[in-house]
Ligand binder design. Structure first.
Ligand SMILES: [Zn+2]
Ligand SMILES: [Zn+2]
Length: 264
């Protein structure tokens, strides 16, 4: 497989693995930071090393396997402590997901087998890359330990899966209540563009309105039954704001699990 690189702006590129997963590499004058390691296809560490020789910090946006699978090539990887259990729980589904997707997830399994390389990351921390400061912000909901990175000098928010056009709240540990609070908190953050974990390019801050509109459909509109084809035991109800959006290359919706619905 071949990684694709999408330059977003000076010092910020997305790296895509061709299987729908993206990481973001941020480079300052003194240091570089990699946000997410995707699902473990190919030699991500080697690829990143070819992009920059600067000292590198690696951060997982949250504990799902499509964001931590390439950790194996890196010595230390920061993750919110609230997602450590989720990181370990991936071991139960990695084989099924590999079989159903036809992808070789052996790197991912290897990454999951080595939690000792994980380092605790707490919101509020600022990584100074040299002329570019990156602040860790809490974005719970998708998972309890989801974090975003706010590029303070750029007004750019790397959001992972914490808010996305197809918002997933049906997996283990997701919380609609926490997601609502995160949407409120996002209103107060100084950014004007998002970067998401499964889309290339930047998205305007105005998407925040759509995320709120999706949540407002819960309990008011008839949802559509949903199951995740790669792990069929993951089921939920999709509240669809728009069946198709060109920019998002898919629907605009929020998918909640039974537990999430109970708290609305
Ligand atoms: Zn996720
Ligand atoms: Zn994801």
């Amino acid at each position: 497989m071949k990684f694709e690189v999408y330059p977003l702006e000076p010092g910020v590129v997305q790296i895509a693995d061709g299987a729908g997963n993206c990481a973001t590499l941020v480079t300052g004058k003194d240091r570089a930071l990699l946000f997410d390691t995707m699902i473990g296809l190919g030699d991500l560490a080697g690829f990143v090393r070819a992009q920059t020789a600067l000292p590198l910090t690696v951060v997982n946006s949250h504990g799902h396997l499509d964001h931590v699978g390439g950790n194996l090539g890196f010595q230390d990887v920061y993750i919110h402590p609230a997602d450590r259990a989720l990181f370990a729980a991936n071991l139960r589904v990695v084989e099924e997901r590999g079989k159903n997707s036809g992808l070789d997830l052996s790197n991912c399994a290897e990454s999951l087998a080595h939690p000792e390389r994980l380092r605790d990351l707490l919101p509020g921390r600022v990584f100074d890359l040299g002329g570019l400061r990156v602040k860790v912000v809490p974005l719970a909901g998708h998972t309890a330990g989801s974090v975003g990175l706010l590029l303070l000098e750029r007004g750019l928010l790397l959001a992972g899966d914490a808010c996305t056009p197809q918002m997933c709240l049906f997996m283990e540990g997701a919380s609609l209540r926490a997601y609502r609070e995160t949407l409120l908190a996002l209103r107060a953050l100084p950014f004007d563009r998002f970067v998401f974990g499964h889309h290339t390019g930047t998205f305007a801050r105005g998407w925040l309105d759509r995320f709120e509109d999706c949540v407002s459909l819960i309990g008011r509109k008839k949802p559509v039954d949903y199951f995740y084809s790669l792990i069929p035991s993951y089921r939920g109800k999709a509240y669809i704001l728009k069946p198709w959006n060109r920019e998002a290359q898919g629907p605009v919706c929020v998918i909640v699990g039974k537990e999430a619905e109970d708290v609305c």
